[in-house]
Design a protein around this ligand. Structure first.
Ligand SMILES: Cc1cc2nc3c(=O)[nH]c(=O)nc-3n(C[C@H](O)[C@H](O)[C@H](O)COP(=O)(O)OP(=O)(O)OC[C@H]3O[C@@H](n4cnc5c(N)ncnc54)[C@H](O)[C@@H]3O)c2cc1C
Ligand code: SF4
Length: 451
């Protein structure tokens, strides 16, 4: 074990091996490899244990980061996994997809002068490594299973976070999703080069072993009525995400060859999961992606992997204002994506075989355009018909995280969290809200016992 307090001076920050751009754009595999044990131990040993763990306070789920770094440093991988899985329901996934530069690692004391501790990669390493050595989460904090049953609508990060807390507290969660696989946008949004789908399937197996019941290919409001669900279960959690695509009222957005980001990304995942049916192929095309967030970056990097002739990302503001993860922008640049900043698209038109994007200063030509302007909340009508209150942006209104029953909606037995409450955001914030709602549901059901 490394016990030198100045280790961070001798050992620089190192990320796991990253595949070279030329080779990685030929496939959809994750671009980062795995730490070997000695690498993880040496990177974990860079933590100063500075006493006031800013990293933890900047982590939405308040992970016990210094504590699990210490366990990794001393080779206690099972204990590290147990601790890591206690505060985060999807640690190996957040380790892969969190924008660490503006969360935990951005707050690390070493960040400015020496390079932050590689917190995300170590978080991923802990569960991957422990799982491969046979570790499974312990439920020893659970007492007896109760008779309570809670319905969860949506198997995305929010729903999974809620299910994790409930099962650990002896309450049976039944998770409904209209898709055939769990994960929500983890499966049908985030591309495999950031998160391979086998990782989500492994989490499904872990949760099923824990006792979570998944009822997939079941759409609430269509296959089962919401009223019936509310009647059949002691409480309901809503984690249905935000899926209304914003097109900025751009003229020409409905032309042939112009695609919305999510159907484009889903078609690519579906090709991997179930064959070719609705595949949108960018092979040999000049592709322009409009937008500057993580979704835009995912589209550019998917198109280049499909064999596009060229891929250009057009963003209306400057590079510094791009809202997505800096790491992903850097990865896109390495993979040959061109960037054009400060260009506001005014309209799209077609000239024979070409699409034209008009901006105030220039016209851009493309064979295909992908619009990645983001997502707005679009809860189904049956939700407000039932009396669940929404705000002016159609987000579900819930009690504040500091209130007694955090994430409870205007109906006392219905709770909500994730993107449909906060608007399109992050995996880790959805996990946090699902977990907090799960704790409130436990408290709510405990009160029911008394009455
Ligand atoms: C392309 C893309 C890339 C992203 N990349 C990142 C990233 O790198 N890092 C990051 O932190 N975040 C990223 N995000 C954001 C992140 O994926 C979301 O914030 C997160 O998934 C939200 O979780 P959620 O559980 O609230 O909703 P979702 O993940 O959207 O899950 C909602 C689930 O509810 C189900 N559902 C909805 N209605 C019904 C119904 N009536 N009946 C049954 N099931 C229903 C849906 O099928 C879905 O599975 C990305 C988002 C996109 C679109
Ligand atoms: S969950 Fe995200 S923010 Fe928290 S420690 Fe892990 S990578 Fe960092």
């Amino acid at each position: 074990m490394i016990n030198n307090v100045n280790h961070f001076l001798e050992q620089e920050r190192t990320d796991p091996h990253k595949a070279e751009p030329d080779s990685r754009i030929k496939n959809f595999n994750e671009i980062y490899g795995h730490f070997k044990q000695h690498e993880a131990e040496s990177q974990a040993a860079r933590c100063l244990d500075c006493g006031n763990p800013y990293c933890k306070w900047q982590c939405p789920v308040a992970n016990h980061i210094p504590e699990w770094l210490k366990l990794v440093k001393s080779g206690n991988i099972f204990e590290a996994a147990e601790l890591s899985n206690l505060t985060n329901s999807l640690p190996e996934i957040c380790g892969r997809v969190c924008p660490q530069d503006r969360l935990c690692e951005g707050a690390c004391t070493l960040n400015d002068d020496f390079g932050a501790v590689t917190i995300g990669s170590i978080e991923k390493y802990i569960t991957d490594e422990a799982y491969s050595r046979g570790w499974r989460p312990s439920l020893n904090i659970n007492k007896e299973m109760t008779d309570y049953k809670v319905a969860i609508i949506g198997a995305g990060p929010a729903g999974l976070g809620c299910a994790d807390i409930l099962i650990r507290n002896g309450i049976k969660p039944v998770v409904f999703d209209k898709y055939p696989e769990i994960g929500g946008l983890l499966t049908y949004g985030i591309p495999p080069f950031k998160l391979e789908k086998s990782i989500v399937r492994r989490r499904r197996a872990i949760m099923q072993e824990m006792g979570v019941d998944f009822k997939l290919k079941t759409e609430i409001g269509k296959d089962i009525l919401f009223e019936q669900l509310v009647n059949d279960y002691d409480a309901v959690f809503l984690g249905m995400g935000t899926y209304k695509m914003i097109d900025g009222d751009l003229e020409g957005a409905d032309l042939d060859g112009v695609h919305q980001a999510l159907p484009y990304l889903i078609s690519n995942v579906n090709r991997e999961l179930k064959g070719d049916n609705d595949f949108i192929d960018m092979k040999n095309k000049r592709v322009i992606v409009l937008g500057g967030g993580d979704t835009a970056m995912d589209c550019t990097r998917t198109a280049i992997r499909q064999g596009a002739k060229s891929v250009t990302c057009v963003y209306r503001k400057d590079e510094a204002s791009m809202p997505g993860s800096k790491k992903e922008v850097a990865n896109a640049k390495e993979e040959g994506i061109e960037f054009m900043w400060n260009l506001q698209p005014l309209k799209i038109s077609r000239n024979n075989n070409e699409l034209i994007i008009s901006t105030a200063s220039t016209d851009l030509k493309a064979d295909a355009i992908i619009i990645a302007f983001g997502f707005a909340a679009n809860p189904p009508k049956w939700l407000s018909d039932y009396g669940v209150d929404l705000d002016s942006k159609s987000r579900v209104i819930v009690k504040d995280k500091l209130e007694d029953f955090a994430f409870q909606t205007s109906k006392e037995n219905i709770f909500a969290g994730g993107d449909m409450v906060r608007g399109a955001d992050l995996v880790v914030t959805a996990v946090f809200e699902g977990r907090e709602a799960g704790k409130s549901i436990c408290k709510y059901l405990k009160n029911l016992i008394k009455s």
